[in-house]
Design a protein around this ligand. Structure first.
Ligand code: THU
Length: 160
């Protein structure tokens, strides 16, 4: 028997001012999109902007449903749109911002497990890492150089 330690690496930025202008602008797209989320049940809105290697920027936000499980997260709304409309493009970067209408969200909000699994699929498909930046409404921004930092031990096609 032996214990295995898994290490992961993230970069933390103190504020938007520490980001490059390209990433700041991508985060701006995410924030604009977040404001259009349909989240009447949770009052928690999430916006995602995706930069593709062909220069396209895809945005998506969470879409809720009276039958709660039928709703979809912002990250998956956006990445499925990218996959559906630009099947040959690579996802370079995702910017994610989240906030509640009930209280100020000032801590970085990472993508949920189901979204991580979905992003993992595209990272494996395109054989190159997807950079992910995530934040709350305000405050620090966390960057992961690859989805695999957020989801070690991924389940992918090699397991099938
Ligand atoms: N949500 C996202 O859009 N992305 C995540 O990664 C976590 C959660 C949405 C789903 C739901 O509409 C609301 O946030 C509360 O869970």
């Amino acid at each position: 028997m032996k214990k295995v330690k898994l290490e992961t690496e993230l970069t933390v930025f103190e504020s938007l001012d520490e980001l490059s202008s390209d990433i700041k602008s991508l985060m701006n797209f995410a924030e604009k999109t977040r404001k259009k989320a349909y989240a009447p049940y949770s009052n928690f809105s999430v916006g995602t902007a995706i930069l593709l290697d062909n220069g396209e920027i895809i945005t998506g936000n969470n879409q809720e449903n009276a039958s709660y499980p039928s709703g979809l997260c912002a990250e998956r709304t956006a990445i499925y749109y990218a996959g559906a409309n630009f099947p040959n493009a690579k996802v370079m970067t995702m910017a994610i911002t989240a906030g509640s209408r009930l209280k100020k969200t000032d801590h970085p909000v990472p993508p949920c497990g189901a979204c991580r699994q979905t992003i993992a699929e595209y990272e494996v498909k395109q054989e190159s890492p997807i950079e992910i930046y995530f934040m709350g409404e305000v405050g620090k921004i966390v960057k992961s150089d690859s989805l695999s930092n957020l989801l070690p031990l991924i389940f992918d096609k090699s397991q099938l």
